[in-house]
Design a protein around this ligand. Structure first.
Ligand SMILES: Cc1cc2nc3c(=O)[nH]c(=O)nc-3n(C[C@H](O)[C@H](O)[C@H](O)COP(=O)(O)OP(=O)(O)OC[C@H]3O[C@@H](n4cnc5c(N)ncnc54)[C@H](O)[C@@H]3O)c2cc1C
Length: 414
């Protein structure tokens, strides 16, 4: 049985950032990866995807973006290349093609069954990602069998879809991007929009992520957020990795010809039923966007930047057609594909340690797993700050958790 001080499961950007932190602290470790480095970006993202965070923000511990387009948005291939280069840069001890089948508590820490091996470690960092599985509502079970169903993990491009109409469920970043792409392919698209986060791509001449960072919103800590559960479940903002338009929202999709309907409630006898609360949902999203823009304006004034920046302005409210249908007969042949853009969830089915709450989520305090000393989580939304949701958030999170892990090892000498 192989023995090491720490094991990091997953060689995405988060696991690699942690590897760098452990190396800085001379903590002997290995990173176990079931595929290749950056496996999720290689195998689970659609090819036209671009990061919605700008290049200047795609930074990791000891690595800043150094290309010629700091304000651009990386395509998937560049994200793979960046993470792969980073693994080499930090000399991460990655073992690729090694799936972790179980992690169990053991007298001296943890026993890990990985590939054909048994390993032993005093600490384990779970960096296997937040988006391993699609989060699909129960209504999916009632979609007529004649309809092709896809998720963002299986979608590649519109050419993969049968001819005919497409119902996209979910209007967050993934839903609006895929609805727009499929609509451009000539297929009629209906987009079911539930609660969503509306934000402009640019405001007063700066990218929205510049504002989110400058105002301190991304730095808000998990233990200072009033409704942490809600913050951790907030949908991704309606943004696209392009600065061609100042805002990519439901108004833009409607103007292009996408039919926007309310949140999918249930499917009964082949008929999809949509909520009538679309006007309220949109009004709430507009309100919250304007609240953030007001915060941005106040910050700009307090920082003495008003003369440097274009003046404040507001975007047109979301327009909702009063004739928006509340039902769609999926058995009529009008819709041939349903695409579930309803979010993602992590997969810890291989974790054999009783650390879950009633809802199946791992109990943790900012990534320090509760009731399992030496076990850590990394790479989940709002793990330690609102930035944890994004690539650059792994920098501070890995530093904090490596510090905790180091203290844990020191407090329990072998
Ligand atoms: C559609 C989409 C768009 C996104 N856009 C952005 C964006 O614009 N900007 C941004 O900053 N973030 C974005 N993110 C969020 C975030 O950057 C990703 O979720 C990121 O991939 C998370 O990194 P990670 O290292 O935590 O996990 P991952 O990149 O998922 O890495 C986890 C690794 O663990 C491996 N693994 C899993 N289970 C096992 C096992 N049992 N044994 C061994 N290995 C295992 C996987 O193969 C994978 O390589 C996006 C996410 C999605 C899904």
């Amino acid at each position: 049985m192989m023995q090491t001080t720490a094991i990091v499961v997953g060689a995405g950007h988060a696991g690699l950032a942690m590897s760098r932190r452990l190396t800085e602290r001379s903590i002997d470790h290995v990173v176990l990866e079931r595929g290749e480095v950056a496996n999720s970006w290689r195998t689970q993202r659609w090819p036209s995807l671009r990061l919605l965070t700008p290049n200047w923000q795609t930074r990791l511990p000891g690595h800043d973006y150094a290309g010629g387009h700091p304000d651009g948005f990386m395509p998937v291939a560049d994200v793979v290349a960046t993470i792969t280069r980073y693994a080499r840069l930090v000399r991460a001890p990655v073992r690729t093609g090694v799936t972790v089948h179980t992690v169990r508590a053991a007298p001296a820490g943890f026993q890990i069954r990985a590939g054909d091996d048994l390993l032993c470690a005093r600490a384990v960092v779970l960096a296997t990602g937040a988006c391993n599985l699609p989060a699909i509502p129960a209504a999916a079970g009632a979609v007529p069998a004649s309809i092709t169903t896809l998720t963002p993990l299986t979608y590649r491009d519109p050419g993969q879809l049968p001819d005919g109409g497409v119902l996209v469920i979910g209007a967050s970043a993934t839903g609006i991007q895929l609805a727009a792409e499929i609509h451009r392919s000539g297929r009629p698209v209906t987009l079911a929009a539930g609660e969503h986060v509306r934000l402009p791509r640019t405001y007063r001449g700066r990218d929205i992520f510049w504002w989110l960072q400058a105002t301190g919103l991304l730095a808000e800590r998990y233990d200072q957020i009033d409704d942490l559960v809600r913050a951790r479940h907030l949908p991704s903002p309606q943004l696209t990795g392009t600065s061609r338009a100042a805002i990519t929202d439901l108004n833009g999709l409607t103007a292009a010809g996408v039919r926007v309907v309310g949140r999918l409630g249930r499917i009964a006898d082949g008929v999809a039923q949509f909520s009538g609360s679309l006007p309220n949902t949109c009004a709430l999203a507009d309100l919250k966007m304007n609240r953030f823009l007001t915060r941005a304006d106040e910050w700009a004034t307090a920082s003495g930047l008003d003369d440097e920046l274009p003046p404040p302005h507001r975007f047109a409210p979301t327009r909702v057609d009063p004739r928006t249908p509340l039902e769609l007969n999926l058995a009529s042949g009008e819709i041939t594909t349903v695409l579930w853009a309803t979010g993602f969830r992590p997969d810890y089915s291989w974790l054999d340690i009783p650390v879950r709450d009633r809802t199946g989520k791992i109990r943790h305090d900012g990534g320090v797993v509760t009731g399992a000393p030496g076990l850590y989580l990394l790479g989940l939304p709002v793990l330690r700050t609102r930035a944890s949701t994004y690539i650059h958030g792994a920098g501070a999170d890995s530093a904090a958790l490596a510090g905790h892990l180091h203290s844990f090892l020191s407090s329990r000498p072998r």
